[in-house]
Design a binder for this molecule. Structure first.
Ligand code: UTP
Length: 227
């Protein structure tokens, strides 16, 4: 059975700030997080979404390379983290924190964005889970799980309810090499595998589903077993 001592949640930028009713979603999310923080200590890592891609795109046009684009992407993740912190009524001035600083901040809910160039917030989420000794991490995205194929292109694509970390690794490895958008950051998978952290991939727009994932109840998304 799950323990709910330390739960690490990554909220994709695509669901935090899709560009429509953003504040409404962020408020609902904050209310749910506050409610479940009575049962679990939460670490929440926010992604950059559209804002990150927008700024990285301009940086590229200006001649910036991967490093410069990452720096702008990280700034976007931190702006999103500040929005969520604001909705939680506890806007910190330290979203520049590291996973280690988060572990020691003593809050029931800690919020942060990205950390340094070269990876995405999936990897940061795995680093935080490792630093906290968490046994699972939740990846709240705009899709409701991992599919056998891209459901937007293949009508026969089926949602996978349970898979092993090695199976996820095979998928991200293939995707990585095909340079597609990627289900999950390969570094995040590597850390999760080494530290035996299960990954729950859920539709973060569905607040009830996200609550269930945090509380260790049954989910509709994909459970990735790292044990
Ligand atoms: P995200 O983690 O949101 O990237 O960070 P993503 O997975 O591509 O986006 P969504 O939100 O799931 O759609 C945005 C960008 O910021 C940089 C990377 O360039 C990343 O693509 N970043 C983020 C870093 O360089 N380091 C970090 O720790 C986090």
């Amino acid at each position: 059975m799950f323990t709910t001592d330390n739960v690490v949640v990554s909220i994709g930028g695509s669901i935090l700030v899709p560009g429509e009713n953003d504040s409404e979603y962020i408020l609902r999310l904050a209310a749910m997080l506050k409610e479940v923080s009575k049962d679990a200590r939460l670490a929440v890592i926010c992604g950059g979404g559209k804002t990150a891609r927008y700024y990285a795109g301009i940086a590229k046009e200006l001649g910036g390379g991967d490093y410069e684009q990452d720096i702008l992407g990280i700034a976007a993740t931190r702006m999103n983290a500040q929005l969520l912190a604001l909705a939680l009524g506890d806007m910190p001035d330290d979203v520049h924190r590291t996973p280690e600083a988060l572990v020691n901040d003593g809050r029931r809910i800690s919020v942060m964005g990205g950390t340094e160039p070269g990876h995405t917030t999936d990897a940061v989420t795995a680093m935080v889970a490792k630093a906290l000794g968490a046994t699972r991490m939740i990846n709240a995205t705009a899709v409701d799980g991992v599919y056998t194929a891209d459901p937007r292109k293949d009508p026969n694509a089926k949602k996978i309810s349970r898979m092993t970390i090695d199976e996820l690794d095979d998928i991200v490895y293939d995707e990585h090499h095909a340079s597609s958008s990627g289900v999950f950051d390969p570094l995040g998978v590597k850390i999760a595998r080494e530290s035996k952290i299960d990954i729950l991939i859920v539709d973060g727009r569905d607040i009830d589903e996200l609550r269930n994932a945090i509380l260790g109840k049954e989910i509709k998304g994909t459970f990735v077993d790292s044990h």
